[in-house]
Ligand binder design. Structure first.
Ligand code: AMP
Ligand code: MN
Ligand code: MN
Ligand code: MN
Length: 278
């Protein structure tokens, strides 16, 4: 099986490496194909595509869209998208437009907890200010000495249920899937094991996603613990989803798996890349 890695981040959203550095790292690790899937933006795709062509690694333009599904925030990855498609451009813009207001609310909570300057601090760490993310707040909290690492920043402040988490309305699931389809891409439910859904809600989500035209779920991802792979393998089989594989890499010291270094997909699954394989 070829080494496809179809979920990664760069400095265009909350990653630490430039698009070029990411592609180079994946190529060094032996990846045959790589996708860049930044949060709610396609800003890094041109540079990453250029680097992939130069290095001779197969290139898959992607995006990871933030979605609100009831009280749950989901991530829907679009693979093989045309970043110039109008619905995608407008849709992603509408999501990004909400990020600064949310960030201001996060900063206000932190200030009330005795941690001033978080908005300015997070912005200073965000190379693409239009995708100001909780990850940038996490890095600011490390820098400010409030926590020892970014994981602790989420565990103590930023994760759902923690004091500096603020509810936010992202895209709807039907819209996100439609933008991806309208840009020629394949919709993939990212890291389904991370949403903490009860079995009935999980079933509802998978059925709704499939009904809307979602075609794949991530099975082998840096955002699943290895012991979760078997369960999501079985879910992919049961629902007839194609399977995706991606590191969800954000940068040195912040991600358990480097691009191109994941275990293979289980043999019994049909890889999502069979859709556009040569
Ligand atoms: P945002 O889209 O601004 O809410 O930020 C979401 C990003 O924060 C995710 O893509 C992850 O990179 C990171 N993140 C979210 N939850 C956690 C968590 N519990 N632990 C570590 N990182 C997280
Ligand atoms: Mn992220
Ligand atoms: Mn995600
Ligand atoms: Mn991701």
């Amino acid at each position: 099986m070829e080494n496809f890695d179809l979920h990664n981040h760069s400095t265009s959203s909350d990653g630490l490496l430039s698009p070029t550095q990411l592609i180079e790292l994946a190529a060094r690790a032996g990846a045959d194909a790589i996708a860049l899937t930044d949060h709610d933006t396609t800003d890094g795709l041109a540079e990453a595509g250029e680097a992939a062509r130069r290095i001779g690694i197969e290139w898959v333009p992607g995006v990871e869209i933030s979605v609100s599904w009831g009280d749950t925030t989901l991530h829907i990855v679009g693979l093989g998208i045309d970043p110039a498609a109008e619905a995608m451009v407008k849709g992603l813009q509408s999501i990004r437009d909400g990020r600064l207001g949310r960030a201001e609310r996060v900063a206000t909570v932190l200030e009330n907890m005795g941690i001033p300057g978080a908005l300015e601090g997070a912005l200073a760490l965000a190379p693409n200010e239009s995708v100001l993310s909780r990850t940038h707040f996490a890095r600011f909290l490390v820098e400010a000495g409030a926590v020892k690492d970014t994981q602790q920043a989420f565990d103590k402040y930023l994760a759902k249920g923690k004091p500096a988490f603020v509810a936010h309305q992202w895209a709807t699931l039907p819209d996100a899937v439609a933008w991806i389809a309208g840009s020629g891409g394949v919709a993939v439910l990212a890291h389904p094991g991370r949403y903490g859904l009860k079995p009935w809600a999980r079933r509802e989500l998978l059925e709704e996603f499939r009904r809307l035209g979602g075609e794949a779920i991530e099975v082998v991802t840096g955002s699943h613990r290895p012991e979760q792979y078997a369960m999501w393998r079985d879910v992919a089989k049961e629902y007839g989803f194609l399977a995706s594989r991606g590191a969800d890499y954000h940068g040195p010291g912040e991600s358990p798996v480097e691009p191109g270094r994941l275990p293979p997909l289980p043999q019994t699954l049909t890889p999502v890349w069979s859709k556009w394989a040569h």
